[in-house]
Ligand binder design. Structure first.
Ligand SMILES: C[S@@+](CC[C@H](N)C(=O)[O-])C[C@H]1O[C@@H](n2cnc3c(N)ncnc32)[C@H](O)[C@@H]1O
Ligand SMILES: Nc1nc2[nH]cc(C(=O)O)c2c(=O)[nH]1
Ligand code: SF4
Ligand SMILES: [Mg+2]
Length: 242
């Protein structure tokens, strides 16, 4: 397999519902790519990040990925969610074109550390810059390149907030990009298990952080922000494949 379009795939699953952000509740198949240029302290998808899981990632052609999406969806076109890892480090342009030709739509989640021309072909670009609690430092020039590369594609900000410092940072980022809708998402503290066993998260902790975040936004009268939990984590815990 030596095609330039070879995609490193961690998992393909669904249909399920999109559990986060602008498309919450929308039925979707997930394609999670393997490999990430970040190492967020609280990443809930380490099986698609850490190199110790590399031998579980599979090189696939766009045609093979599309065949799996079609099998899972029974051929009915739906939203495909590209996540990872950082899906922007994979050559996904050909897959997006192939799928859109069959009526599928494509949303992609990325931290905004790698810009791609094909972002403009997406049906939605979800930019999720990483706050201080992640331990990562955003390169704002590259982030701006990502926003610019998306051009006509609808783009939104989805920012994870664990604490007051993250919250203030999110306000600042929103101020830099007044044209992008902002989704605030409370962080979940439980790291995922290496296998498929459900790891029920600390629901009280999630509820409390969600309430705190709502209170914070209302207190600031930040009425253009939307505050959403990770619905799939509330329903199934930090489990893989849902
Ligand atoms: C696993 S990441 C993969 C895509 C890309 N690398 C990114 O971070 O945007 C998908 C989404 O999950 C969020 N996320 C990761 N770990 C989380 C956690 N512990 N709590 C809440 N959201 C989390 C990320 O911020 C991102 O918005
Ligand atoms: N249902 C569901 N919604 C999600 N939204 C973002 C996810 C991700 O891990 O990227 C995710 C996920 O893994 N499952
Ligand atoms: S950028 Fe995304 S996938 Fe990469 S470590 Fe951070 S949360 Fe995980
Ligand atoms: Mg997730």
């Amino acid at each position: 397999m030596s095609s330039d379009n070879t995609i490193r795939v961690s998992e393909i699953f669904g249909p399920t519902i999109q559990g986060e952000g602008a498309l919450i509740g929308v039925p979707t198949v997930f394609v999670r790519t393997g490999g990430c240029d970040y190492r967020c302290s609280w990443c809930d998808s380490l099986h698609a990040v850490e190199s110790e899981y590399r031998d579980t990632w599979k090189p696939m052609t766009p045609e093979a990925v599309m065949a799996e999406i079609e099998a899972l969806s029974g051929g009915a076109p739906l939203m495909v969610s590209l996540s990872g890892g950082n899906p922007a480090i994979q050559p996904l342009g050909a897959l997006i074109k192939l799928g859109q030709g069959k009526g599928y739509r494509f949303a992609l989640e990325t931290q905004g550390s790698v810009a791609r021309r094909w972002f403009s072909d997406l049906d939605m670009l979800v930019l999720s810059p990483k706050p201080p609690s992640s331990g990562m430092v955003v390169d704002w020039d590259i982030f701006a390149d990502c926003v610019a590369a998306a051009k006509g594609a609808p783009s939104v900000l989805k920012i994870v907030v664990f604490d007051e410092i993250d919250y203030q940072w999110a306000c600042d980022v929103a101020g830099r990009y007044p044209d992008l809708a902002v989704y605030l998402q409370p962080g979940n503290h439980t790291p995922p298990p290496p296998d498929d066993d459900a790891a029920m998260v600390d629901q009280i902790g999630i509820d409390a952080r969600m309430r705190w975040l709502v209170d914070r936004v209302i207190e600031d009268r930040w009425f253009t922000a939307k505050v959403l939990p990770q619905l799939h984590v509330m329903l199934w815990g930090n489990k893989r494949g849902v």
